[in-house]
Ligand binder design. Structure first.
Ligand SMILES: [Ca+2]
Ligand SMILES: [Ca+2]
Length: 202
């Protein structure tokens, strides 16, 4: 349980903070795709098709990497922080409204939010999932003896959401046998990932 909050909340931040930079200017009605070879990440590197060295596949709306690589800097740290979770595996998937694979408003960044909505193109909507597989030292003897998994679903719910002001964790399933958690269902909301109309209970 010790890692439950500290791991999941930072993990889901990542897509929100990526791709802050941009370079290309296109016509208002024209979409720029990753295939065009001009869209950049926040460090000025070209986005590529398929999985990049960090584990991102923006075209497929997927990430398969670690806490270290999720900040797009392989430095043994998670956004500058250290800890034994940094090498834990992280898999994410997201909807097009969370982070699209093209830039249609011409700001040089992958679009966020549903086109036409108030938050478009800068505020992620839709849904994001995190699946974490990791180990930790349960008793301080230096051996990574404890194995855990965590699965989290997050959706945009609009103003008033308890997470970052407009999001909610609608489901979390935590497994950590050594600490006595066997598929602990921490929270579950309505079915229908990211469909705000289907949301019933935070
Ligand atoms: Ca890193
Ligand atoms: Ca854009």
């Amino acid at each position: 349980m010790r890692k439950l909050i500290s791991l999941t909340v930072p993990a889901i931040l990542l897509v929100l903070f990526l791709l802050a930079g941009g370079a290309v200017s296109v016509g208002a009605q024209q979409c720029t795709t990753i295939q065009d070879g001009v869209l950049l990440d926040s460090y000025g590197n070209l986005l590529v098709l398929g999985f990049d060295e960090f584990g991102y596949n923006y075209q497929a709306h997927m990430f398969n990497g670690t806490y270290d690589s999720v900040d797009r800097k392989l430095d043994g740290k998670y956004w500058g922080a250290t800890g034994d979770y940094v090498d834990d595996m992280l898999i994410m998937k997201w909807s097009d409204d969370w982070l699209a694979n093209k830039d249609c408003d011409g700001d040089g960044k992958l679009d966020r939010g549903a086109p036409g909505s108030a938050g478009y193109p800068n505020i992620s909507q839709g849904w994001l999932t995190n699946h974490i597989v990791g180990d930790y030292d349960s008793d301080g003897d230096g051996i990574q003896d404890a194995h855990y998994t965590d699965f989290v679903k997050i959706v945009w719910v609009g103003p008033g959401g308890s997470l970052w002001g407009q999001y909610e964790v609608i489901q979390e399933v935590y497994n950590d046998p050594l600490s006595g958690f066997h598929g602990l269902l921490i929270k579950i909301g309505a079915p229908g990932l990211g469909l705000n109309d289907h949301w019933t209970e935070p």
